[in-house]
Design a protein around this ligand. Structure first.
Ligand code: CTP
Length: 406
């Protein structure tokens, strides 16, 4: 069996931060998978790990200074920036991300990162407030624009007894992301062999042959989830209401108009390992659909009697047989987001709710960004920062893969 990183050379930039100790384990794991590793340590990193330890584990002398005579004679920063297949920055501190985004070259690590044309993967790690700060999020967006790949940060308890996003991704996750990056994939094939079913978009409920009831859902979030699941190696069925989005690559798309048709398509697509109900399904439909266009008349406007649509999420989550092991709902709310989401999870019987505030002022409906909360069956709440819907999708898929034991 060939190792996934056989013959690959990795330049590992170790930033300063409490998580730096994990970079030693990362060196070990990279080497186990066949990679040759050369390390650069920032000054801050050296407060947590020594160049000697990094050098001993990598089997090559670790580099620290820009103007180290021995270093320059030995390899030189430009060659350091070239003689590898990829650069991994772990941990990438807030300061390191800022320096990268700003194009600084004030130490060896920054200079190498500026001089390199190799693919770069960063694994951010920092205090949750620093991660959520608009400056860091701005730098993150800039780095992504520059083509930098990102793994993590994970959510969890931090060194400062705070909880939230900021923990360094685990070494095996960093390795998986590196392998994926080198293979040109967006995410590791965590969901290979799994069937993921996603609903997306609005539904259209006909009033007569030319009119219908609709809502403002664009389908962006649901489609992004389908795309992210496909990128993660899953077989994906996307049951979509009417949207103007292109079909995501590698996804089987079933187009429907009404809630009833969506339910039928979902049932036809089962069994699934994971089902994500992101569609904004109309709760009601006109009770009587007329076959002919309703005409204006002396009687004034027609009354519009409504009847309730089937609840697709609840129907699937409460199936006695063939319930997907992991059922995820969305909760679009305009007030009391957490309370409503908790009530919804109990009422519908799903395992997880992705709740968001869709008040007009948030611009979520139809927009490109989303601020979500993950509400668990046990009532636990996890707040995510405002992210692109694509990034929400990638993180959600990574989370679902973990929950599904993939
Ligand atoms: N949903 C569904 N079928 C419906 C209505 C909703 O599958 N007929 C799903 C949505 O896809 C979403 C979740 O249920 O995953 C919650 O949708 P939401 O519109 O927020 O909730 P409602 O059930 O409409 O509840 P309410 O109107 O009280 O907010």
């Amino acid at each position: 069996m060939t190792l996934p990183l056989a013959n690959r050379r990795v330049l590992l930039v170790i930033g300063g931060g409490i998580a730096a100790y994990k970079s030693l384990d990362l060196i070990r794991r990279l080497r186990e998978r066949g990679a040759a590793v050369r390390c650069v340590l920032t000054k801050g990193a050296q407060s947590f790990v020594t160049p000697l330890a990094a050098g001993a584990l990598s089997g090559e002398r670790a580099h620290t200074d820009l103007f180290d005579r021995e270093d320059e004679a030995d390899i030189g920063h430009i060659r350091l920036a070239r003689q590898a297949d990829a650069v991994v920055v772990a941990p990438a501190t807030a300061n390191m991300m800022a320096r990268m985004a700003g194009g600084h070259a004030d130490d060896l690590a920054a200079t190498v990162l500026l001089a390199t044309t190799l693919p770069i993967l960063i694994a951010p790690a920092m205090n949750v407030r620093m991660w959520l700060h608009p400056a860091t999020q701005r730098n993150l967006a800039l780095l992504r624009q520059d083509g930098v790949a990102v793994v993590g940060p994970n959510i969890g308890a931090m060194a400062e007894a705070e909880t939230g996003p900021g923990r360094l991704a685990e070494p095996q996750e960093i390795v998986a992301a590196l392998v994926a990056m080198l293979e040109g994939r967006a995410a590791p094939a965590q969901l290979a062999g799994r069937h993921v079913l996603v609903t997306s978009g609005p539904t259209h409920e006909p009033i007569d042959p030319v009119r219908y009831i609709a809502n403002r859902s664009s389908g962006k979030q649901g489609h992004a989830i389908a795309a992210a699941a496909a990128e993660a190696g899953a077989r994906v069925t996307l049951v979509s209401g009417p949207v103007t989005l292109p079909d995501p690559a590698g996804v089987a798309v079933v187009r429907v108009e009404t809630a009833r048709a969506m339910l039928a398509a979902v049932e036809a697509a089962l069994p699934a390992d994971i089902a994500v109900f992101a569609a904004a399904v109309a709760d009601w439909r006109p009770a009587a659909e007329t076959g002919e266009k309703i005409k204006k008349g002396p009687g004034g406007p027609p009354g519009l009697a409504l009847t309730e649509n089937p609840d697709i999420l609840a129907t699937i989550a409460q199936r006695a047989a063939g319930r997907p092991p992991l059922v995820v709902g969305f909760a679009a709310e305009t007030q009391a987001v957490v309370d409503n989401a908790r009530a919804k999870i109990a009422r519908k019987g799903c395992d997880l709710i992705v709740a968001n505030d869709v008040s007009a002022a948030t611009g979520v409906m139809g927009g490109d960004r989303n601020t979500v909360l993950l509400v668990g069956r046990d009532g636990s709440v996890e707040t995510w920062p405002t992210l692109d819907k694509d990034e929400v999708a990638r993180r959600l898929v990574a989370r679902l893969a973990a929950l599904a034991g993939a």
